[in-house]
Design a protein around this ligand. Structure first.
Ligand code: PMT
Length: 406
């Protein structure tokens, strides 16, 4: 099987020399690497080094007629399964954050559906500058993975944060996105995570304490297991794990629509989101004014997303979560049957339990079986859960159907 197709973008900075080592590491790990250099990068290193290490001619211009005839920039943007920009200069981050397409690299970033990771490298004051920090926050919010920077001695003689991570650290951080083999290779998994927000008026909403940490950890573990992962996420302060495509939503209604849109071709559906069961019957057009001492709110049921997925004739393998404060296992088993799920992961929730914390414990139930996954950091727990899902899924008739179709 051929390795993942990675564009390594190199921008202008002294750390550009470390990009050569990064290309070597990625090729070593089986990736197919296409290097794209900005004009600034060429002031620091030459294309010859990258060509020798990647085995491909370096691309550096939108206007190179011969290169465009071989693989046009839109084709190249589609070819990429991951774009990693290292070093990413302050100027590049600004252009990326503001949607510029004024050279080949920014154009590719704008035209791709592949995940993007950036490894910033710059002087510590440039890094601390409010403009850079706001650009980085904007990029993270949009799902760009920001790797580093590290703190330490800088080429300019100063000391502080702004050094590019070492090539091996970058390669390790993007390793999950490079994985092609695993128990879920070739399987598409759709997962929901985070809370939903149900608007009361233009400035208020009803929501819950879900941080998205559990669902995001499961998304990362699925990717590590080789799956193609689509993560439908409510509003959270997390970045999508590398190699995972994130679809942002806010309300239960938007989550329902996104799940329906993304469902075709899905082998496994996982509902880790804490979806609102009720929404305000109306969202006031203007801010609701304070009137009497109490206020009553009329609420309507939201659609049960996971039950709707499990009710389909062409249903995928369906995994739910159950968040319970009492009789955890009993309620979870009822949900497994009532919602017609293949597997349910039950967690006890409450103040400092499961919601918005870094550890969790699960009891996983299916018809005729159960397994306890004891308290552990959410990523470790997610890896154990995904191994169990892969095991149960492989014994399920749906697995054979998806293998036949996929
Ligand atoms: O995000 P964290 O802070 O890391 O916290 C993790 C978590 C506690 C949110 C997570 O582990 C978890 O339990 N998620 C499911 C929360 C929940 O809504 O559970 P529930 O028992 O109310 O719902 C049961 C199942 O139905 C869930 O799979 C849920 O996604 C799904 N559901 C619920 C309502 C609805 N309208 N549509 C749904 O699909």
């Amino acid at each position: 099987m051929q390795g993942k197709r990675v564009i390594v973008g190199v921008t202008g900075g002294i750390a550009a020399y470390k990009a050569a080592e990064l290309v070597r590491r990625l090729v070593e790990r089986g990736a197919q690497v296409q290097v794209v250099m900005t004009a600034g990068a060429q002031q620091f290193v030459t294309a010859t080094t990258f060509q020798a290490l990647s085995g491909r001619p370096v691309r550096d211009s939108l206007w190179d007629v011969a290169a465009e005839a071989a693989m046009g920039h839109i084709e190249l943007a589609r070819w990429a399964e991951l774009i990693v920009v290292a070093p990413a200069s302050a100027d590049f981050l600004a252009r990326l954050a503001h949607g510029h397409a004024d050279d080949l690299l920014t154009t590719l970033c704008l035209a791709t559906e592949a995940p993007i990771a950036v490894a910033p490298a710059m002087n510590r004051i440039m890094w601390a500058n409010a403009a850079t920090q706001s650009n980085v926050a904007l990029l993270q919010q949009r799902g760009v993975q920001v790797l580093g920077p590290a703190a330490g001695d800088q080429a300019c003689g100063e000391t502080g944060p702004g050094r590019m991570l070492e090539a091996v650290q970058i390669a390790d951080l993007i390793a999950p996105a490079l994985q092609t083999q695993g128990p879920l290779s070739g399987r598409r998994v759709l997962i929901t995570a985070g809370p939903t927000r149900e608007a009361l008026d233009p400035v208020r909403f009803i929501s819950n304490r879900s941080s998205g940490k559990m669902g995001y950890a499961v998304a990362q573990a699925l990717r590590e297991a080789g799956a193609e992962v689509v993560l439908v996420s409510g509003p959270v302060a997390l970045c999508a794990p590398p190699g995972v495509r994130r679809v942002d939503v806010e309300s239960a209604q938007q989550m329902t629509e996104a799940v329906q849109r993304e469902l075709p071709g899905t082998a496994i559906f996982i509902g880790a989101a804490a979806v609102a069961d009720y929404r305000p019957s109306e969202c006031a057009a203007d801010k609701i004014k304070k009137t009497g001492d109490c206020m009553q709110l009329a609420m309507n049921r939201t659609e049960d997303i996971i039950s709707a997925v499990a009710a389909r004739a062409d249903r995928p393998f369906v995994v739910g979560f159950a968040a319970e404060t009492t009789a955890v296992e009993q309620h979870a088993r009822e949900k497994l049957l009532r919602k017609n799920l293949d597997l349910i992961a039950a967690n006890e929730v409450g103040a400092c339990k499961a919601f918005d914390c870094d550890e969790n414990a699960l009891v996983v139930l299916w018809r005729g079986g159960r397994r306890e996954l004891p308290s552990a950091p959410k990523l470790d727990l997610a890896r154990a859960l995904v191994a169990l899902i892969a095991e149960r899924y492989s014994e399920h008739p749906q697995a054979a159907n998806h293998a036949a179709h996929g």
